[in-house]
Design a protein around this ligand. Structure first.
Ligand code: NAG
Ligand code: NAG
Length: 362
């Protein structure tokens, strides 16, 4: 008895749910995806062929070129301008029978795929992108094969079009095969790349590069840096470094290749010139050079420049004499300069005042 009541209850409930769902389906908008340039048919609910309906888009009449065939609206050669919320109403009472969100787009094309290991020997990552927009949501499926088995693929938490794969073994001679498939409502397209472990190893650039002048050494710069933090095992997989530097005023770089040291002293800098310095890293055995690090600027040590301002004229000249030149006579013309300069500065400072006073007098 209880069982019968329960099942009756269920039947009634199911009927209510179905009726509700039917009613809702007439009110809740559904998506329709169509290819750009095609002719599009929208069907008003499940109305019969002889039903008469009228259509609205975004709440107004359909202005784009179209045909009406019973419960169907046919748009020709659709483009993005046809996107919109379409509703149909059954004549003669005008009850709404269906709501369709029309999305115009294009099927995906083969994505561009690149893979790289900046965490050798832990793993590698692959990224992909589409050269053309599809205008509609497109997702990607990634399949990685190695030695006839599928490897686990982990989505990147930050980069949308990136995934990570662990190397199942190091120094493997089997190639890796990565297949990325772009999928949307209008179609799919895949790209497959095949590579060997060693060809994708590329560390990140060295970090925290600094260049500092060395006291009393007008031609030296001490450059130091840290290995990239992403490189997981610097002891067993050491990196070597490549340093390049040039004075800002020149185009040509000078290069130094270093084993696993993380500092270098430039000894042939031009005195007084500002330098630009960058470092790159490479696995000592395999792989390719990293990109260049962030550029740092530094100027070798220069003797303290002339003091510009001082309290008295006497001390200023005194300082000038002792610092710049051991020959006092050559200094003679300079002696007169600072006071003149100061007088000129005073004049410019007071000139608006003077002008004002002059104006008042007139
Ligand atoms: C309908 O509205 C959407 C959103 O405002 C707009 O992008 C679209 O072009 C409109 N469609 C038509 C056919 O006016
Ligand atoms: C790539 O993956 C897609 C989807 O799983 C599949 O249809 C296609 O055949 C695969 N391509 C290759 C070359 O394995």
């Amino acid at each position: 008895m209880a069982n019968l009541v329960t099942s009756l209850c269920c039947v009634v409930l199911a009927a209510v749910v179905v009726a509700y769902a039917q009613r809702r389906s007439q009110l809740v908008a559904r998506n329709q995806y169509e290819r750009m340039g095609s002719d599009v048919t929208m069907q008003c609910g499940s109305l019969d062929n002889d039903a008469s309906v009228s259509w609205k888009v975004n709440g107004t009449d359909v202005k784009a070129q179209h045909r009406l065939e019973g419960p169907r609206l046919i748009l020709t050669q659709v483009n993005l301008g046809h996107n919109g919320l379409y509703s149909c109403f059954q004549n003669p009472h005008g009850e709404r029978r269906d709501t369709i969100i029309l999305h115009i787009g294009i099927p995906p094309r083969e994505p561009t795929v690149t893979c790289r290991s900046n965490t050798y020997p832990k793993g590698f990552y692959c990224s992909w992108h589409q050269l053309y927009s599809t205008y509609i949501p497109t997702t990607f499926e990634v399949d990685v094969q190695h030695n006839q088995r599928s490897l686990e693929v982990q989505k990147d938490s930050v980069h949308k079009n990136r995934c990570h794969v662990r190397f199942p073994e190091v120094f493997s001679s089997f190639p890796y095969k990565v297949n990325v498939t772009a999928v949307n409502a209008l179609g799919k397209a895949s790209t497959t790349i095949t590579f060997e472990e060693s060809t994708i190893v590329k560390p990140d650039p060295p970090e925290r590069v600094t260049a500092t002048p060395i006291r009393f050494n007008p031609r030296r710069l001490e450059v130091s840096w840290h290995s990239p933090a992403t490189w997981p095992d610097i002891d067993n997989f050491p990196l070597k470094y490549f340093l390049r530097y040039r004075p800002l005023i020149r185009d040509q770089w000078q290069h130094v290749e270093l084993s696993d040291s993380t500092s270098h002293t430039i000894t042939d800098a031009y005195a007084g010139k500002e330098y630009i310095i960058q470092v790159a890293a490479k696995d000592t055995e395999i792989g390719t050079w990293s990109d260049w690090s962030v550029a740092v600027h530094a100027t070798p040590w220069i003797e303290d420049p002339l003091p510009i301002a001082s309290t008295t004229e006497d001390s200023s000249t005194l300082l000038t004499e002792t610092k710049t030149s051991p020959i006092p006579s050559s200094n003679a013309p300079q002696k007169a300069e600072p006071p003149v300069g100061r007088a000129a500065k005073l004049l410019t400072f007071f000139s608006p005042l003077l002008l004002g006073m002059l104006l008042l007098l007139m």
